[in-house]
Design a protein around this ligand. Structure first.
Ligand code: SF4
Length: 450
């Protein structure tokens, strides 16, 4: 049960020293009870009190990690069932399935397709984060050679080792331990050995059982062994049942506040449907509710584009506009005489406009002022995209020193800004540009006479 502010206060050192940033220990306790501050902010708390507090104030769903270096990912840590309540925090990660019974050609072509899907959408790198490597042969050497091959072929993907044989699992972990793999396959028969292995290498451990009840019992046993870096999955291969399992696990953790199910889940979409588009439909379902690892049979752009875009949309904080950094951006081989356009720092606007400028093949500059992260009309209506903000950006990014041009092209929808900008920048001429981004290529070609 959650601790009250007074329960927490009793555990504090009561020095009232203010080092936590609060005027008294009581004020700190009240904030901690609301989840507005972390227990570590008080440097004088005893270890015992720290453990009790961090357990009692931790979110009902644990945040777990896998990977290494700049390929380190967090899963779980969600606090709400619905995105309109509050943002979702840790996006699901996608995996492509390999097994050691596949032919060499099949493995090679999957590796190539995985590597091909690699692009940036609204400042986010999109690629497959996990290679799910299943030992089906039961032969350690065959499995190790698959791991080596995929590890060498897909540098960006973290391996997920799938086996229920602890001996094979140990050799497999040794083969790729530097990438921080996920170890998947702890079950009723092997869980003690698998927990020992996961503990030794500090790995995220995938736990599976035939149904929710058996999974619940198994997780309790694993927690009693002192391990909590878990990823859950029921073994069902029926879509309806898997959906029920995943939703119920999330509800048990968040609504019933039962931390036995307070872990992220994995869904093996490639085992629920064979047909590619059906797998895509299943994967989209579980992006929304509530899988943290989604395994697909394969990947290409027809799957990745809708799936990764959906994930980005669902896992973006709706209360915080997506912005690009303010600055002066060179498009193509623009030089000091190239045209200068100005637009807002709302990421979607920036990427649409810069895409159209690139499409025009006219080298150009784009000036991005601080417009609050809003779209053009909203920023203008809110006073965030005005003569003053544009003039400030011209100064801040030393546009007059870098460029010879003294003409600035503004979006056609805010032609009304022309006089305002010319007041702020008397030596500049303001040109009213295209009303829609799609009309920019023609506008730029006409403007430059190219
Ligand atoms: Fe109290 Fe600790 Fe904050 Fe000091 S740092 S006021 S002891 S809670």
């Amino acid at each position: 049960m959650a601790l009250t502010g007074m329960d927490i206060y009793k555990l504090l050192p009561k020095k009232n020293c203010k080092e936590c940033g609060f005027p008294t220990c009581l004020a700190f306790a009240m904030k901690l009870a609301q989840g507005g501050v972390e227990a570590e902010k008080c440097p004088y708390m005893s270890e015992d009190a720290k453990t009790r507090l961090s357990e009692a104030t931790a979110p009902p769903m644990r945040t777990v990690r896998f990977g290494a270096g700049d390929r380190c990912y967090t899963l779980g840590g969600e606090t709400v069932l619905f995105r309109h309540e509050k943002t979702f925090v840790n996006r699901p990660r996608f995996a492509v399935a390999f097994s050691d019974t596949m032919s060499n050609e099949e493995i090679q072509s999957k590796i190539e397709r995985m590597n091909k899907v690699d692009y940036i959408r609204i400042s986010e790198e999109m690629y497959v984060e996990i290679a799910a490597l299943e030992c089906k042969s039961g032969n350690k050497d065959t499995f190790l050679s698959l791991i080596k091959r995929v590890k060498d072929g897909c540098k960006k993907a973290v391996p997920m080792i799938i086996t229920s044989d602890p001996e094979i699992a140990r050799a497999a972990v040794e083969e790729c331990r530097e990438s921080g793999p996920i170890l998947f396959g702890a079950d009723e028969q092997n869980y003690e050995a698998m927990v020992n292995l996961a503990k030794q290498y500090n790995l995220l451990l995938g736990v599976t059982a035939l149904d929710q009840e058996k999974l619940y019992d198994l997780v309790q046993k694993i927690q009693n062994l002192g391990y909590r870096e878990l990823l859950l999955s029921t073994g069902s291969t029926a879509l309806k049942q898997v959906f029920d399992d995943v939703v119920n696990i999330r509800r048990t953790a968040l609504v019933s506040q039962d931390r036995t199910f307070g872990y992220p889940t994995a869904v093996f979409a490639h085992k629920l449907a064979k047909e590619k588009m059906m797998q895509l439909a299943i994967a989209t379902l579980f992006v929304e509710k509530y899988a943290s690892v989604i395994v697909l049979d394969d990947i290409d752009y027809s799957l990745a584009l809708p799936l990764f875009a959906l994930r980005q949309n669902i896992y973006t904080d709706p209360q915080r506009p997506m912005r690009v950094e303010q600055g002066l951006y060179r498009i193509g081989s623009a030089d000091e005489n190239s045209p200068l356009l100005v637009t807002v720092d709302f990421a979607l606007t920036y990427f649409i406009v810069s895409g159209e400028v690139e499409r025009s093949k006219v080298p150009a500059w784009m000036l991005i002022p601080d417009a609050g992260g809003y779209s053009v009309l909203t920023a203008w209506a809110a006073g965030k995209f005005s003569g003053k903000t544009i003039a400030r950006a011209v100064k801040e990014f030393a546009v007059e020193e870098k460029l010879k041009t003294r003409e600035i092209i503004i979006p056609g929808k805010v032609a009304v800004l022309k006089a305002d900008i010319e007041d702020e920048l008397p030596s500049w001429k303001v040109v009213v540009g295209a009303e829609e981004a799609a009309l920019l290529p023609k506008f730029l070609r006409d403007y430059t006479g190219k």
